[in-house]
Design a protein around this ligand. Structure first.
Ligand code: ACO
Length: 378
């Protein structure tokens, strides 16, 4: 039998072309449609999401239509709210999103400010808007807080903040939220995006594709690392405990959450933006103490990894929790907020891939037994 080379984890395998984003793991740079992430975080959130999904910056009419479309569609209908209330209590928000998204019917879309002639683009943006309402509704349900129906907030992220906290964000809070959400919108053929592309290669609808992506994002080796990294900092508890805690994890072959990346061989450019953001917005002692623990974990890990000649650095998940913490968002909701922003990337990939897709169907090398051969099966 000829030798078969298996690329474990598809590492280094190029499975397609894209014009949506480029991850330069050696240079430590990230580009959406050719624009560096450091520039994009200075731009308006709606403009960046439009540019990511449709490929060009929006005109002011397109900006206006997109913003209004998201606002028009971000409340839950009575029926959707009833469905959410019927779900088990305290189910993780990522599981709610994964199961709820396919139930969102195109016939529920308010198209009075239609952003595009493309039905899938509208449906994708409709799903992003509903996700904002779903996360905040899950949070309020989990915490026995009243349902909010007031239409406050002039952008989708302001509306989300209002629906979540029951108050509008300050200027600084909305600037931080927009920045973090821009940072996590898109990232090449990451596991979640690739899962969505696999799903859409079968001609399944965009809602199924987004649901597959969300399910994949949930795991702690991917998006779920944001919640896990902050939980780790809480578990460590104080600065003196950092070294023994990390050494114990590493000696047992465990993973330090928020460290390491398949693509980046240097520090993740998103972590480079998030660290100073976290440092300038930790307003109370608890938040500051958690941030100091994270900073120390990064130092200890860098020492331990470099002693072993490993290029393992902080990734986007490492400091993100500290930033969300400063916005009063509990860790249980971090990954779903990641999904709320990454969905723009999923939509962009769905639209790009549907123009030129082929069924994704790799091969497996069978290493099991043969009980019957063709000749003795009757
Ligand atoms: N902690 C401890 N060791 C690590 C870590 C880590 N965070 N990351 C990598 N390593 C070690 C592995 O143990 C392995 O060591 P070995 O060669 O001695 O066996 C080596 O580095 C390579 O690890 P792989 O798992 O093969 O690398 P891969 O590219 O598959 O993994 C991953 C990337 C999954 C992100 C990994 O770095 C990890 O588990 N990180 C922690 C979870 C995390 O932060 N995930 C979020 C990533 S960003 C995102 O998805 C949005």
């Amino acid at each position: 039998m000829s030798e078969v080379k298996i690329n474990s984890g598809l590492e280094g395998v190029v499975v397609g072309e894209t014009k949506i984003s480029d991850v330069d793991g050696v240079g430590g740079q990230l580009f959406y449609r050719g624009y560096d992430i450091n520039y994009l975080v200075t731009r308006n959130f709606i403009d960046v999401s439009w540019m990511l999904v449709f490929g060009d910056w929006p005109s002011s009419d397109q900006h206006q239509a997109c913003n209004q479309f998201l606002l028009d569609n971000c409340m839950l209908t009575e029926e959707q709210n009833n469905l959410l209330m019927a779900m088990p209590n305290n189910i993780h928000p990522m599981l709610v999103l994964q199961s709820f998204v396919p139930t969102l019917s195109p016939s529920d879309m308010d198209l009075s400010n239609r952003p595009s002639e493309d039905e899938d683009a509208c449906l994708g943006l409709f799903i992003t808007a509903k996700i904002a309402a779903l996360i905040s509704s899950v949070y309020r349900k989990d915490n026995n807080l009243d349902r909010i129906t007031a239409l406050e907030g002039n952008t989708i992220n302001e509306r989300f903040f209002y629906l979540f906290h029951g108050r509008l964000p300050s200027d600084s809070e909305i600037t931080i939220l927009d920045c973090v959400q821009i940072l996590q919108m898109e990232h090449g053929f990451n596991a979640g995006t690739f899962a969505g592309r696999v799903c859409s290669s079968t001609k399944a609808p965009i809602s199924s594709s987004i649901s597959a992506s969300i399910g994949t994002l949930y795991g702690v080796l991917h998006g779920g690392a944001d919640e896990a990294a902050l939980a780790m900092a809480e578990d460590i508890g104080n600065l003196d405990n950092v070294e023994p805690y990390i050494d114990k994890i590493l000696s047992q072959g465990g993973r330090v959450m928020g460290m390491g990346h398949r693509e980046y061989k240097v520090v993740d450019p998103r972590a480079k933006i998030l660290k100073p953001l976290a440092m300038s917005h930790c307003e109370d002692d608890d938040a500051e103490s958690l941030l100091n623990i994270l900073i120390r974990v990064e130092e200890v890990c860098r020492n331990r990894f470099s002693e072993k000649g490993k290029d393992i650095w902080a990734n986007v998940e490492f400091y993100k929790g500290a930033v969300f913490n400063s916005l009063g968002i509990p860790k249980k909701y971090f990954t779903s907020m990641f999904a709320m922003s990454r969905v723009y990337g999923y939509v962009a990939h769905f639209l790009e891939f549907k123009k030129n897709s082929r069924l994704i169907r790799p091969k497996a090398l069978y290493v099991g037994k043969y009980i019957n051969s063709k000749s003795n099966i009757e």
